[in-house]
Design a protein around this ligand. Structure first.
Ligand code: ZN
Length: 449
């Protein structure tokens, strides 16, 4: 899933600062404040109240999807289902599950016919595991994303004056130019005082130097970017002192989290979501699982068609309750994870996503037949507290090899990595690359899938 959250600031500016009709600004801001307040209250609702809210929103969404979205109209008709047949969340299982391929094939048939596509916001998934998927958000859904982001800011105690640095990937050498037009340039210049984007295209060293100059209070990025930067800070002795590091957009395993935390001297908080399904879950200050934003998205954990048990790694299937432009109802995210019952020590009632294990396509079979998640494979590499070099796992035609990156990689760390993965997969080759790892790499590359 592509990191949805880096979009939030851009969305807020487009929606609240640069609307085509300036007279709408007060209404939009009031609505944003009201929604944020509502979402903040929702995190303390009782289980029954949360369920009732989900049911109300689900039924409204289904009526809309049936009457306005040709894809769902045909699907529901083909199985003789009418929206009112679904009385509540407990009936969700009666609806068909859809996949990314279904959405791709449907094209604009899965977009509501009463939505003006010109006014909708267009984005796409990253496409790291296939084609990028075009996604449309209606303007009101943008308000929900903004409110969700503001709720999460308050959970972490973030203040509006804190300086934030967002580390992103770009194929170009772009440093985040302002773009055309006075309004955009003014916004850009104002934003640079408190929020900057860093494009980690080639050199982590350049970014590290610029971060020292900026001294952000909050640092955002995908785990691999944060790890690369943390290594650079260790190597060079450069120092930044963020209050928080926020990881998003990929699996964050325990060891990488610890590495980043000890290097930068602050806590790392992870969140989960995607441009297709929207924001889904985040860690509170307890860092004991992720609170699912159940007032915005219904998450199901399925083994095949059946509901999984707590703590059982299963398919994450999501229903986005707010995006009426392109409803995703029982959408198989392609990710695997588990949930657990019980309350978080923080007292919030939003249910707990215990763990995000990674993409289903990146699970690899061990020689004992067990399928290992990307998260488990990362944990294996870091077992016995050793710090492995940056590496990737290649899987081609039943053959697994480990590629390690960096000039200073010691023979000891290579043989340690080889021994750990040979133990799991049988004899495993290690391919050494002198160049450093690139920031667009994933920890795992499963070429056979
Ligand atoms: Zn909590």
């Amino acid at each position: 899933m592509k990191n949805h959250c880096v979009l939030v600031t851009d969305l807020q500016i487009r929606r609240y600062v640069l609307p085509s009709d300036f007279s709408k600004i007060p209404t939009l801001i009031l609505r944003a404040l009201w929604l944020t307040r509502t979402l903040k209250k929702n995190q303390w609702l009782s289980e029954q109240e949360l369920r009732a809210l989900q049911t109300k929103k689900l039924r409204a969404l289904l009526r809309h999807a049936y009457s306005r979205v040709p894809f769902y109209h045909q699907r529901f008709r083909s199985i003789g289902l009418y929206p009112d047949d679904i009385k509540g969340v407990e009936d969700l299982g009666r609806l068909p599950i859809i996949t990314k391929d279904d959405v791709e094939r449907a094209g604009t048939q899965i977009v509501a016919d009463n939505i003006d596509l010109k006014k909708s916001f267009k984005t796409h998934t990253s496409g790291t595991m296939g084609h990028p998927l075009r996604v449309y958000y209606d303007p009101r859904y943008l308000d929900h994303i903004t409110a969700s982001s503001r709720r999460y800011r308050s959970v972490l105690g973030r203040k509006s004056w804190e300086k934030t640095a967002v580390v992103r990937f770009s194929d170009s050498d772009s440093k985040g130019e302002a773009g055309q037009g006075i309004a955009k340039r003014t916004c850009h210049s104002f934003r640079r005082n408190y929020s900057r984007n860093y494009y980690i295209s080639y050199s982590a060293n350049d970014i590290a130097k610029e971060l020292v100059d900026f001294q952000p209070d909050v640092l955002f990025g995908r785990p691999i970017y944060l790890r690369l930067l943390a290594e650079e800070f260790r190597r060079t002795g450069y120092k930044i002192s963020p209050r928080l590091v926020l990881s998003r957009g990929d699996v964050l395993d325990h060891s990488n989290r610890k590495f980043i935390e000890t290097t930068l001297g602050c806590d790392v908080y992870d969140s989960y979501g995607g441009n297709d399904a929207g924001p889904i879950a985040w860690e509170c200050l307890e860092k004991d699982g992720y609170h699912m934003e159940a007032d915005m998205t219904i998450c199901e954990f399925l083994k095949g068609e059946e509901n999984a048990n707590p703590k059982e790694v299963s398919d994450i299937v999501v229903t986005n309750l707010n995006n009426y432009a392109m409803p995703l109802i029982r959408y198989r995210s392609g990710d695997k994870g588990s949930y657990r019952s019980g309350m978080c020590a923080c007292g919030r009632t939003l249910p707990i996503l215990e763990s995000v294990e990674g993409r289903e396509k990146e699970f690899l079979a061990a020689r004992n037949g067990e399928r290992l998640s990307p998260k488990t494979l990362q944990e294996i590499a870091y077992r016995n507290k050793s710090l492995p070099p940056m590496f990737q796992i290649f899987h081609e035609r039943d053959h697994i090899s480990i590629h390690v990156y960096g000039e200073d990689v010691s023979d000891g760390s290579i043989s340690d990595l080889k021994a750990k993965f040979s133990d799991v997969f049988g004899e495993t080759d290690v391919v050494k690359h002198k160049e450093n790892a690139k920031a667009n790499m994933r920890f795992f590359l499963n070429k056979a899938s």
